[in-house]
Each structure stands twice: as structure tokens, then as C-alpha cells.
Design a protein around this ligand. Structure first.
Ligand code: TYM
Length: 335
């Protein structure tokens, strides 16, 4: 049970690049909506990021920038526990315990591993393979009830649930079995260039994604260049995946329903739709971009947030890890 008796949320983002509109609409927007009703732990998961090679200075910088982006998106640092994953050593420790209870077969079925390993055959490290165990450890350490994520994390969530149940059955009730929380319409924001592929910051085609920190001009241009189809009518259908993706984004950012948007563009072409959509996207991202730039100039403030966050996170993580070590038969450290 958390300090305030609220249910607990854990979620994280890798500091492996700047946040995209996909990260925001798939995860961060849910965080802002849930933060008042849950005791939330949000992490910049730098230990996950090093499963692919990172430049040390860039990783350090991007971790702080990610924190600034969390706050700029509306995550209130006074309400939530925001921390850097590597500051709480219990993540790595629980990861070890849970890895002894995870089957090789389970991990080799993970589609993200299969995709990523294809891209980095020359550097196929064990961390990439065991990544989902670390993710399960993140969640289970805080006894999170709910995990707001995009739907690319569904398989990883299943593993976290299975490991919680496996541990509880083998020893005794210890972990909470967490539920994934996926936003309607935007749990998988697609690439603007290849609408059957997920929008991703690692896309080699920059026109496929929009970054939250991107200029108004560039955002509008990317929307205008977005791939649609030759139907020429603003419909929400599986046959028009490019348009469906744009409508989902438009709807999520303006709080208008899909039906309202389709009605608004009855009898109008894609040109009018894209122009007005671009304006709406730019306007809704503008305050985030401005706040982000302001925060980057306030390093001491950012540092105070992650220091306070790690202290609070470690307290809860330690309680869980102590219980785990006790149950599995590790001798208690009495010093
Ligand atoms: P990451 O860093 O790739 O992405 C962060 C969050 O953004 C969501 N997301 C998307 N949602 C919708 N459409 C998209 N195109 C899109 N792209 C990304 C992701 O689903 C995620 O919620 N493994 C995680 C990080 C992690 C984590 C955790 C998450 C580590 N430990 C514990 C939750 C709980 C990841 O790689 O996210």
C-alpha cells in the first residue's frame, strides 16, 4: 500500500533520443491524466538504453533532457516520484533474481527482441535478450498496480505479470500482478511515412516522426508530407491507414472525437484537413516546447527533482527487495 493509500503506477521512457509524438500520445499523456489519482513512479530508464550502444556524454545529456520533457508535458514533480533508474540499485538486483526464474523460451519469443536483434546482429548482447526481465523488475519493485504504456509493450507486460505470479506461487504472496493501461486510439501511433509501421525515434526517415521539441515549421511540414492514399475522402477506415493515424493524432491532441473530425471535413479534401490539423498540432505542442526550453536552463531545479525522486523510490524498492531476499533464502544483512 502506498503512503497515501492510492494505487501505484510505474512507467518509464528510455533516454535514447528525444521524445516523439508517439511517446507522448502512447504514454506521457496517460501519465498526466492518471497522476492525480495514483501514487506514480516515473523513470528515465537509462539502464535499458545501454542495451544498444550509446555515446556516454549524449546519454547523460539526454537523460536530463528527458526529465525536462516529462515536466514540460505536464508531469507534476510535486505530485510524482521522478527518478533516474540507475540511481536505484535495487532494479539491477531484482533483475538478477527474476532472471533465474525466466525461461529462455519466453525471452526468445519477444517480438521486440527479434526486431532489434535483426538490426544489430553485429552487437547481439545478452542485455538485449534479458531486457524484458529488467522491465518486469522495474514494475514489480514498486508493486505497481497499473502501467500506462503504448501497445508495443504488451508482450513485456505479460512477462511481468507471469513473473509476479510465478514468484508468488513458488514462495508466497509478494508481488502485485500489474495491469497494462493502453490509451484508446493512440496506443500505437504510426509512422507518417509508412503508416503500417510504428512511429519511432530510431526511424532513419526523419519525416516519419514528430519530436515534441521540434520547431513549429518542421512539424507542419512533416504533417503536410504525411503519406495518405488516393481515395481523397476524409474517412476513418482500415483501408486508409495513413489518414486513420492522422485522425487519431488530431483527435487525441484536440479532444475532439473521431466522428466530429470526420464530420468537419465532409466534402473537403486532404489539403484542408492537413493544413488545419498541422495548425492544431503545432498549437497544442507549443507550450510544451516553450516549457522544455525554459527548464533546460534550470539545471539545479532538474537535479533537485531527480535527487528527491531517487530517495523516495529507493525507500519503496528496498522494502520489496528485502522481502524478496528473505523469501528466497538469502541471509539477512545485519549491518
Ligand atoms: P520507450 O522508451 O521505447 O517508449 C516510451 C513509451 O512510449 C510508448 N511508445 C509509443 N506509444 C504509441 N505509439 C508509438 N509509436 C510509440 N512509441 C513508443 C512506449 O510503449 C512506452 O510506453 N521498455 C520501455 C521502457 C520501460 C518501461 C519499463 C515502461 C522500461 N521499463 C517499465 C513501462 C514500465 C520502452 O522501451 O519504452
Amino acid at each position: 500500500m502506498s503512503g497515501e493509500g492510492k494505487k501505484v503506477i510505474f512507467s518509464g521512457v528510455q533516454p535514447s533520443g528525444k521524445m516523439t509524438l508517439g511517446n507522448y500520445l502512447g504514454a506521457l499523456k496517460s501519465w498526466t491524466e492518471l497522476q492525480h489519482d495514483f501514487d506514480c513512479y516515473f523513470s528515465m530508464v537509462n539502464m535499458h538504453a545501454i542495451t544498444v550502444p550509446q555515446d556516454p556524454e549524449v546519454l547523460r545529456r539526454q537523460t536530463i533532457e528527458l526529465l525536462a520533457q516529462f515536466i514540460a508535458c505536464g508531469i507534476d514533480p510535486d505530485l510524482n516520484t521522478i527518478f533516474i533508474q540507475s540511481h536505484v540499485p535495487q532494479h539491477a538486483e531484482l533483475n538478477w533474481v527474476l532472471s533465474t526464474m525466466t525461461y529462455m523460451g519466453e525471452l526468445s519469443r519477444m517480438t521486440q527482441y527479434k526486431d532489434k536483434s535483426k538490426k544489430s546482429e553485429a552487437n547481439l548482447n545478452a542485455g538485449l535478450f534479458t531486457y524484458p526481465v529488467l522491465m518486469a523488475s522495474d514494475i514489480l519493485l514498486y508493486k505497481a498496480d497499473v502501467v500506462p504504456v503504448g501497445d508495443d509493450q504488451k508482450q513485456h507486460m505479460e512477462l511481468a505479470r507471469d513473473l509476479a505470479e510465478r514468484f508468488n506461487n513458488r514462495f508466497s504472496d509478494t508481488f502485485v500482478v500489474p495491469e497494462g493501461y493502453y490509451p484508446k486510439g493512440t496506443s500505437r501511433v504510426m509512422s507518417l511515412q509508412e503508416p503500417l509501421k510504428k512511429m519511432s525515434k530510431s526511424d532513419s526517415n526523419e519525416n516519419g516522426y514528430i519530436l515534441l521539441a521540434e520547431s513549429a515549421d518542421s512539424t507542419a511540414k512533416k504533417i503536410k508530407k504525411a503519406v495518405t492514399d488516393s481515395v481523397g475522402v476524409v474517412n476513418y477506415s482500415d483501408e486508409q491507414p495513413g489518414l486513420r493515424n492522422l485522425i487519431n493524432i488530431y483527435s487525441a491532441l484536440t479532444d475532439q472525437t473521431v466522428e466530429q473530425i470526420v464530420d468537419m471535413y465532409e466534402g473537403k479534401g486532404y489539403g484542408a484537413f492537413k493544413k488545419e490539423m498541422a495548425e492544431a498540432v503545432v498549437e497544442s505542442l507549443r507550450p510544451m516546447r516553450e516549457q522544455y526550453n525554459y527548464l533546460l536552463d534550470n539545471r539545479d531545479y532538474l537535479e533537485s527533482i531527480y535527487v528527491k525522486g531517487a530517495q523516495k523510490a529507493e525507500k519503496r524498492a528496498k522494502e520489496t527487495l528485502d522481502a524478496v531476499y528473505d523469501k528466497i533464502g538469502f541471509v539477512k544483512r545485519n549491518y
